[in-house]
Design a protein around this ligand. Structure first.
Ligand SMILES: Nc1ncnc2c1ncn2[C@@H]1O[C@H](COP(=O)(O)OP(=O)(O)OP(=O)(O)O)[C@@H](O)[C@H]1O
Ligand SMILES: [Mg+2]
Length: 120
């Protein structure tokens, strides 16, 4: 059997933010997440606002550098990859924005919006 499409193990993303006065606080936006997504599988991630869904997605793609854990894409550990190797992988991975108004042009029908890149 081939490796899963995405395999996330114990991923964390902590942000250091300004606290009261001169102190720093740590926001544990993603704290020990593990998941596996098979090729062709649809994976739903549900949680209240602020629970870390966006941060998790962005950390898997290394739009944020995760604080710890591992991300495997088609069996390959991608967190140690250099920028150039990561750039080569990027066309195979994509992030779908949650907000349809920023992701889709409201002047186009869905058929036109989705069809445009295919026609191109
Ligand atoms: N760049 C950042 N710096 C500091 N804290 C951040 C940053 N980005 C996100 N956070 C914090 O991380 C936590 C998770 O936020 P995130 O946006 O991932 O949640 P979400 O589940 O996508 O929420 P929503 O459903 O509203 O989109 C929140 O407490 C948020 O304030
Ligand atoms: Mg979000």
């Amino acid at each position: 059997m081939s490796a899963p499409l995405v395999e996330v193990t114990d991923l964390t993303k902590h942000f250091s933010v300004r606290g009261a006065g001169r102190t720093r606080d740590v926001v544990k936006a993603v704290d020990g997440v593990s998941l596996t997504i098979a090729e062709g599988e649809m994976f739903g991630l549900v949680g209240e606002s602020g629970s870390g869904k966006t941060t998790l997605g962005q950390s898997i793609l290394r739009m944020h550098e995760p604080s710890s854990g591992s991300v495997r894409f088609r069996g390959r550990d991608i967190l140690p990859l250099r920028r150039r190797e990561m750039t080569a992988l990027r066309p195979a991975m994509q992030y779908v924005f949650q907000d349809p108004f920023s992701a889709l042009n409201p002047r186009l029908t869905i058929v036109d919006a989705i069809g445009e890149p295919m026609r191109t």
